[in-house]
Design a protein. Structure first.
Length: 211
């Protein structure tokens, strides 16, 4: 994997968020500010703009840091700081190296998860993006450690994120705007976990589909 892998991931993520923008907003309307889809689409559209304006090929870590900084500056609500911090933390793991393997990808996502949990003070079961991201990270780490191929490991990680996303439906929110609803948040799928699952599935496509 290299800079082009990260570029494909960001482009795939932007396309998925754009396609599901209204759905994400509908989910957020039930338990939040009804702006998650709009905010995420705005942010990833800005990331695409950065990619198109970048004529050189920065190392993959630098590209992640640039994308993260762009999200922080353009996305409102909690999503911008959380995803921005996640991508920047992941990018710092790679530094200036030009290529990375499956084990290092797991390290990137583990750093992203740690950043999200630290900034959002959220844990598994709080009905947040952590409920999708943590299972994905743990699955990727274990599958890579067990010697599975990168394609199999990333597919399993994306599937784990989707399971985690659906698992937020019966949970009561304990963080963010949704937590103000108390028990009324039960029965609704978390929008942050949903966009996280989309982004993990975008990563799976970027890693396994060659241009």
């Amino acid at each position: 994997m290299n800079t082009e892998t990260v570029r494909r991931w960001l482009m795939q993520a932007a396309a998925s968020v754009r396609e599901q923008r209204d759905y994400l907003t509908q989910l957020d309307a039930a338990i939040g500010d009804a702006d998650h889809g709009t905010n995420m689409d705005r942010g990833f559209s800005a990331v695409l703009g950065k990619l198109e304006a970048t004529n050189d090929a920065p190392p993959p870590g630098r590209l992640l840091i640039t994308a993260g900084s762009t999200l922080v500056s353009t996305v409102g609500g909690a999503s911008g700081p959380l995803w921005g911090s996640a991508l920047r933390s992941g990018g710092r793991v790679l530094g200036d190296q030009t290529t990375f393997d499956g084990a290092q990808l797991a390290e990137v996502l583990a750093a992203a998860l740690a950043s999200v949990k630290d900034l959002g003070t959220a844990s598994l079961g709080d009905k947040t993006m952590v409920d999708a991201l943590e299972p994905a990270v743990e699955t990727l780490k274990s599958r890579i450690a067990d010697g599975e191929s990168l394609a199999q490991a990333v597919e399993a990680a994306a599937a784990a994120a989707e399971v985690g996303m659906r698992a937020t439906i019966p949970l009561q929110a304990r963080k963010g705007r949704a937590s103000y609803l108390g028990e009324r948040s039960i029965g609704h799928q978390d929008p942050g976990a949903t966009s996280t699952a989309l982004i993990m599935r975008a990563l799976q496509r970027a890693v396994t589909t060659q241009p």
